[in-house]
Ligand binder design. Structure first.
Ligand SMILES: [Zn+2]
Length: 229
C-alpha cells in the first residue's frame, strides 16, 4: 500500500499487553469493530457465558491502518481515484464515528517521494527516540506518584483538568478548534492528554500552544475524509 491512514491509542499497559494492529480496517466487520469500543474505553474485556461472566485485562495499544478508498487514491494530490461514484464514501462509512472518536491520534501518511527516498540525511535513530520516550515516561511516573496510575493515558477526566492546565491563549485555541471541528467531550480529554504527552516529550513543564496545536492536528483527519466523502 502506498498510502495509509493510521490511528493509534497511546500506550496504556497493564504490563501484560502488547500492540494490536488491524491492517485494512474497513475489511473487518462492523460488529468486530464496534465490539472493540468497550475494551478500548475500559482496558478490560467482559465475556458472558451461561456459566458466568468473566473480565480480562485488555489494555493494548491499538493501531489501525487503512486506505481512503478501495483503489487507494481518494484525496491524492496528483493521482486520480478510479472508484465508482459513492464508493469512497461507502468505504469510509465502514469505520464509524464513535470508533474514530475513541482513537487518540489520527495520522495521514502520504506517499514518500523520490527526493525523500534518496535523501542521505540521517533521521533520528530508534535508540535516540527510545531515550526521549523513556524520559517522558519517567516524568509521568513522578507526576502520578501515589495516584494509582503511571501515565497520561490513564488520567480520569478530573485528573485531566488537574494535570493539564492551559494558559488563556491555549484555552482560546482549544475552544476555537472545538467549534471548528465539532469535537466531542471524549475528544476534548484526548486532546489534552496527547498535548500533555507532547509537552513531556519536549521536557516542558507546562502545555504550550505549540503542543496543543499538534494534539489538535491529530484530531482533524476524520474531518478531511469522513465529512467530505
Ligand atoms: Zn478510489
Amino acid at each position: 500500500m502506498w498510502w495509509h491512514i493510521s490511528f493509534a491509542t497511546r500506550y496504556s499497559s497493564h504490563r501484560l499487553s502488547g500492540v494490536l494492529f488491524l491492517d485494512e480496517l474497513p475489511e473487518f466487520s462492523r460488529t468486530a469493530m464496534e465490539v472493540m469500543r468497550q475494551p478500548i474505553e475500559n482496558g478490560a474485556i467482559t465475556i458472558s457465558r451461561a456459566a458466568g461472566t468473566l473480565s480480562y485485562p485488555c489494555s493494548v495499544m491499538l493501531v489501525c491502518a487503512m486506505n481512503p478508498c478501495p483503489c487507494g487514491f481518494y484525496g491524492h494530490p496528483t493521482r486520480k481515484c478510479t472508484c465508482p461514484s459513492g464508493a469512497p464514501a461507502r468505504y469510509l462509512s465502514k469505520v464509524s464515528g464513535p470508533l474514530l472518536d475513541r482513537l487518540d491520534i489520527h495520522i495521514e501518511v502520504p506517499q514518500v517521494n523520490f527526493r525523500e527516498l534518496s535523501d542521505t540525511e540521517q533521521a533520528e535513530s530508534s535508540e535516540e527516540i527510545r531515550k526521549r520516550v523513556n524520559a517522558a515516561r519517567s516524568i509521568q511516573q513522578k507526576r502520578f506518584e501515589g495516584t494509582g496510575i503511571t501515565c497520561n493515558a490513564k488520567m480520569t477526566p478530573a485528573m485531566t483538568r488537574r494535570y493539564c492546565p492551559l494558559s488563556g491563549e491555549a484555552s482560546a485555541m482549544l475552544e476555537k478548534a472545538f467549534e471548528r471541528l465539532g469535537l466531542s467531550a471524549r475528544a476534548y480529554d484526548k486532546v489534552l492528554k496527547v498535548a500533555r504527552t507532547i509537552a513531556d516529550l519536549d521536557n516542558s513543564e507546562g502545555i504550550q500552544t505549540r503542543h496543543l496545536a499538534e494534539a489538535i492536528q491529530y484530531r482533524s483527519l476524520d474531518r478531511k475524509f469522513w465529512q467530505n466523502a
